[in-house]
Design a protein around this ligand. Structure first.
Ligand SMILES: [Zn+2]
Length: 83
């Protein structure tokens, strides 16, 4: 599930909820929030998310490891079949 980060567009017009920023889990169909649900101030979506980059590289490593494991298993299986 995608998690979108928001923070107050104008820190002067923000509550404690949106001043530090918050995360919203949204579906693909859901519209991006335009205002803080707590105080109604204008909020801006935060595009830079360190957790997204971390999970992407983690997935890449896991895919590489999984592919390597699968390859080893299948080649071993073929070897055993020929025998
Ligand atoms: Zn707010």
């Amino acid at each position: 599930m995608p998690i979108r980060e928001y923070a107050a567009a104008d820190p002067k017009k923000s509550c404690t909820h949106c001043k530090v920023g918050f995360e919203e889990v949204e579906t693909m169909e859901a519209k991006a929030l335009g205002a803080c649900p707590e105080c109604g101030s204008k909020i801006a979506r935060q595009l830079s998310s360190p957790s997204v980059g971390g999970s992407q590289s983690g997935l890449h490593d896991r895919a590489k490891n999984a592919g390597f494991t699968t390859y080893k298993k299948s080649s071993k299986g073929e070897y055993e079949k020929k025998y």
